[in-house]
Structure formats: structure tokens, C-alpha cells
Write a protein of this length. Structure first.
Length: 226
């Protein structure tokens, strides 16, 4: 009779826990009993029992965590804490704004990278100077400058509060050359209105459709230009 197989069910070795004994996988040359193991991270694998008993280990998540910690320590030694980096990445201007000088997103908000994710600089500034931000709340600007991180220019509110503030300041409509799809600029509008040529000719010159020229002259487009 062969040596009885040790029951590993429920036992833990490193980060692996033995779930149940299974058949030897096809094509495997190593002899011995095979088991279904589950790692602490949830990964399941069929492995040779003796190998896990002797070595323990993990599915690879342990090494990944160790690498992350080492990278965090290297970043801390090289760049300082996230708070240190915050105070080295803005400049104060005459109107009182603290303008973010490092990386920004497509909307102009400053971005500061952390150990696991990126943080908006205005939110970080608020938390450093005023404390935690309520769950579901956003950080708004009284100065309407996305790149500003001056805590005196920041307040927290709901998305509805932010929209209400935007509408009250007429920021809900991106008009004129502020619209990135605009083919004209404000200085073109008085010239178009005063031009005596046919609308189709003007349209070809400016690279827009004839209807656009007609609406500009009727003052239903670019109404903000006097």
C-alpha cells in the first residue's frame, strides 16, 4: 500500500488555502496529490500539494504588493509626501489665486498623482486646509478658475449647488470662441455684419455655411458680440 495522502482541506500555507483535492491536470509530469487552492486575493489554482506545503507563497499578489510598497517608498524619498508636493506646485498671482503649475486634466483642473490614484489638486487643497469633503460633494471655485487651489476660493457643495453657481455666473453656455468647435472669433462678427457681399460669398471666405452668416446678421448667433 502507498503512503496515505495528507488531507490539506482548510489548511493555510502562505496565502494559499486548500479547498479540495482534485485530479492531476493533463500533461503534468510531477507526481503526487493535487489540490484546488484559493489565494487571499480570491485567485484559485490547481497546484501540487507538496509544493505549496513546502513553499507557501501566493498567486503573485504578494510580490505585487511588495513592489507597490517599494515604489511608494522610492517616490516618498524622491518627491516627499503628497502634501509636500502640493505646496511646491502652484504660484500665487495678483488676483489672489494659487495657480496650479503641474499636470492638469482636459478641463484645466490640477492633478496630483498619489500612491494608487490621481487626485484633483483643488480637492486636496480643500482637505488640507478645511478638512474632509462630504461623501458625494464636489469642490467648487468662487473665482471660477479651475487651476486655482487657494483654499479661500474653494467651497464644497452638491452637484446641484455647483450647477446653480454656474448658471448664476452665466457659465452654463460656452459661447463664441470659447467653444472649441467655433470656426470664427469675436473680431470677425462686426465685419460679417457690415459686409455688403452676398451671404454665400462671405460663408465661403470664412469657411462656414450660408445659414450661419444669415443668423449672425440677424443677431441670433454670436449675440454676445455687440
Amino acid at each position: 500500500m502507498g503512503k496515505p495522502v495528507r488531507d490539506l482541506t482548510g489548511q493555510k500555507f502562505g496565502r494559499w488555502t486548500a479547498i479540495k483535492r482534485v485530479d492531476k491536470p493533463e500533461g503534468t509530469k510531477d507526481t503526487g496529490a493535487y489540490w484546488l487552492f484559493r489565494c487571499e486575493c480570491g485567485t484559485e489554482r490547481v497546484k501540487r500539494g507538496a509544493g505549496v506545503v513546502n513553499k507557501g507563497g501566493s498567486c503573485g499578489c504578494l510580490r505585487s504588493e511588495v513592489n507597490s510598497i517599494q515604489m511608494a517608498k522610492m517616490q516618498l524619498n524622491r518627491h516627499g509626501t503628497i502634501k509636500d508636493r502640493f505646496f511646491s506646485r502652484f504660484k500665487k498671482v495678483d488676483n489672489g489665486c494659487w495657480i496650479w503649475t503641474a499636470h492638469a486634466d482636459k478641463d484645466g483642473y490640477g492633478i496630483l498623482s498619489g500612491n494608487k490614484s490621481n487626485t484633483r489638486a483643488n480637492r486636496l487643497s480643500y482637505e488640507i486646509h478645511h478638512g474632509p469633503i462630504k461623501e458625494g460633494f464636489v469642490v467648487c471655485h468662487t473665482c471660477d478658475t479651475p487651476s486655482c487651489v487657494n483654499p479661500d476660493h474653494l467651497f464644497q457643495g452638491t452637484v446641484k449647488d455647483n450647477c446653480r453657481d454656474m448658471i448664476s455666473k452665466n457659465r452654463d453656455k460656452i459661447v463664441g470662441s470659447r467653444n472649441n468647435k467655433a470656426k470664427l472669433v469675436e473680431k470677425d462678427i462686426p465685419t460679417i455684419r457690415a459686409c455688403a457681399h452676398h451671404n454665400s460669398v462671405i460663408a465661403i471666405y470664412y469657411g462656414v455655411c450660408e445659414g450661419t452668416i444669415k443668423r449672425i446678421k440677424a443677431r441670433t448667433l454670436w449675440r454676445h458680440v455687440k
